[in-house]
Design a protein. Structure first.
Length: 251
């Protein structure tokens, strides 16, 4: 199991290094094949928080990005608590199929290369709503991609601004999940388990190796080919997770 976890974190880090996102999606999606969702999320939380802080803080416009998306991040935090504490969170029997559906939808959107343009003046009113919706999904699945990623793309952000906004979004989502993983209702508060904390800290090494590998591959590989393989893989993984979760519900 340790060897499997090592390679999962290397793969997840490599994906993040190449495209700037996807680490929780890949890692949680694969880890839930061998672990319950709360334990899988808790194992990932420290490397996810660390890499997202690094992604956000190393960009040129950290303060301006934080100011611009402050209302969205507030909604994200509130929504995470609603999803995590009020709608069953990671303990819900619907968590695994919900994770699968989120992963599958994300993969399909990537394969379809959907382009949405947000009319001028809509960003302000929509930002907290998008943050709240993303937060509710994050609280139940620990996946904060949708609808946040679609919203950022609809704003037409440049490459660097997009990477930094994603880093901010995932960083806030990671920290907002920590109280949920420390709450006794979350399958015994997994983030307070010394073994899981140690394993999560140890996961920093393979995640860092993967991140460095992903940056190197980004220079050598075709971004278009990688994107199609990546999103195709996520679609299949999401379908499998959803099917497995639904079978458990009906068993």
């Amino acid at each position: 199991m340790i060897l499997i976890g090592f390679f999962v974190m290397v793969l997840a880090g490599a994906v993040k290094g190449m495209v700037g996102m996807g680490m929780p999606t890949v890692a949680i999606g694969l880890l839930t094949l061998i672990l319950p969702p709360p334990q899988a999320v808790a194992l990932l939380i420290i490397p996810a928080a660390f890499t997202n802080v690094w992604q956000y803080a190393t960009g040129p416009g950290a303060r301006s990005t934080a100011r611009r998306f402050a209302s969205m991040m507030t909604g994200l935090t509130v929504g995470t608590f609603i999803g995590g504490f009020g709608i069953g969170g990671l303990d819900s029997p619907f968590t695994l199929p919900a994770m699968g559906i989120v992963v599958c939808c994300y993969g399909l959107l990537g394969l379809a290369s959907v382009h949405v343009h947000l009319p001028e003046g809509w960003e302000g009113p929509l930002a907290p709503v998008v943050g709240l919706a993303t937060g509710v999904i994050n609280g139940m699945t620990s996946m904060a991609m949708l609808p946040a990623v679609v919203f950022f793309k609809a704003l037409g952000l440049g490459r660097d601004d997009m990477v930094q906004a994603l880093g901010l979004n995932f960083m806030v989502a990671s920290f907002a999940m920590m109280p949920i993983l420390m709450w006794p209702g979350s399958s015994g508060a997994p983030l307070l388990d010394p073994w899981i904390i140690g394993a999560s800290i140890a996961a920093l090494l393979p995640a860092g190796l993967g991140l460095n590998l992903g940056r190197r591959l980004r220079i050598m590989a075709s971004p278009e080919l990688f994107s199609r393989i990546f999103f195709g893989f996520l679609t299949l993984l999401g379908l499998y997770m959803a099917a497995r979760g639904i079978l458990k519900l009906t068993a």
